[in-house]
Write a protein that binds this ligand. Sequence first.
Ligand code: PEP
Ligand code: MG
Length: 541
Amino acid sequence: MTSDRTGEGNLRRVVAAVLADDTAERREAALLELTAADLEAVMHARFETAGAALARGLGASPGAAVGAVYFTAADAADAADRGEAVILVRNETTPADVHGMMVAAGLLTTRGGLVSHAALVARGWGTPAVVGAEAIVIDGRTFAVGDVVVSEGDVISIDGSSGEVTLGERGTASTGLPEEFFTALGWADEVRRDRLAVRANADTAADAAKARELGADGIGLCRTEHMFLSPDRLPIMRAMILARTPEDERAALAELGDVQEVDFAAILAAMDGLPVTVRLLDPPLHEFLPAVLDLEMKRAADGLSPEEQRELDAAREWAEHNPMIGTRGVRLAVLKPGLYAMQVRALLAAARSVRADGGHPIVEIMVPLTVSRPELALVRSWVAAEVAELSLSQVDQADITIGTMIETPRAALRAGELAHDADFFSFGTNDLTQLTFGFSRDDVERRMMPAYLEHGLLASNPFDTIDTDGVGELVREGTRRGRATKPELRVGVCGEHGGDPASIRLFLDAGLDSVSCSPYRVPVARLAAAQAVIERQNGPG
Ligand code: PEP
Ligand code: MG
């Protein structure tokens, strides 16, 4: 029997035992007996048959996937159009790969860790993914592991839980969600709902609907950049970046605003009556441009069109040595102030139209990467100007709040100051971990992390489970300092740790109001939050 089947059996047995003699105490005992693995066993397709692993990476997004390998997003998209099941194989993915990732049955990367782009996107969509499978060497349209060569179109199987990659097709079994799943989570909600809300990180109306189905209490992080990456949106974003005159920039921004308003309205409608935290644009601009190297190679091979030459110039201009600590987040907004104003305008207009249709949108506008109060105050003034411009009624305004992510050690230390201009905080523990340790989230999980874990230099991967003594201390202290200024300050977390059971315990103890994680982790987070509440009330005090 596989462990997945054991998980399903556990779930059925534990719930049935309570139903035979249902009391509040027995429900709580049952919740403590269940594990994340029990829930995950019924949520994702699994392999029925064993296979000899060709390679191993990190299981970054659970589930079993079988498909033909393709090595570029464009080839993956073409194969999916022909009806093929596809496994997209890349060294690592970037936002430019999103259209191929979207259609893939599974993702396999040779580099990167649990918070790499591929891992984050896959978990958000519930797509099985194995990342950092270092033994795999990609060469054009083939990959090799030792002597074994796998070519484009060959079928492989990947297990996003164990990280195993197998040659050929392994039989899968997908399970419908059993009644016991909903029963147990209903019990969990009764215990934790007033103590710790569980929201989802969702960027589209489809994600929002999925999150709601899986029991999310709202959206804790809508990463708006994903709205600009689809093939129909990217050219408008590039037109904004390449604009030579303020008029051209304004025109591109207006066009972006129109598409974004439609997206926001759909998300707010899908989450009607529940809070939606929309994060203003965060990534550095070069992520929306083709890679410098690709354009240089094309120039050498076939030459560039004038448009491509301008893209190359812009890509060079925006390239940075350390983009993750460069011109991104609110810093980018300071350089291109029209950007946030456009996003806020689109969001407010969307909220207004949802309300006009009889809905009740609850909007939280969130500023990324803030490090000081003046930065936050500046963005707040832009939002206030847009609110005034749209002449929103008092009723509409009551449902619009403004807050900041706490993603840098400085922001956590200066939380008392930031709280003056924030209605809420959300700890971005992916960046906060990266910046507290000085561990590049895109690089260290590949080589350094396994060695550190092996030598016992770290108890666990801090990108997976929150580092209690360092990053956890900043979360506790940031919350305390923020609330010292503003006792009613709402505080949440929206890094990947929001879906990790051990981290959820720390967030509850730190006094957070909510956690937010990928939609497919919401059930596990609901269970873990209930367990943390029960353990705390049973604990020594
Ligand atoms: C974070 O840094 O924790 C976060 C949620 O933002 P992102 O992962 O998009 O940088
Ligand atoms: Mg971040």
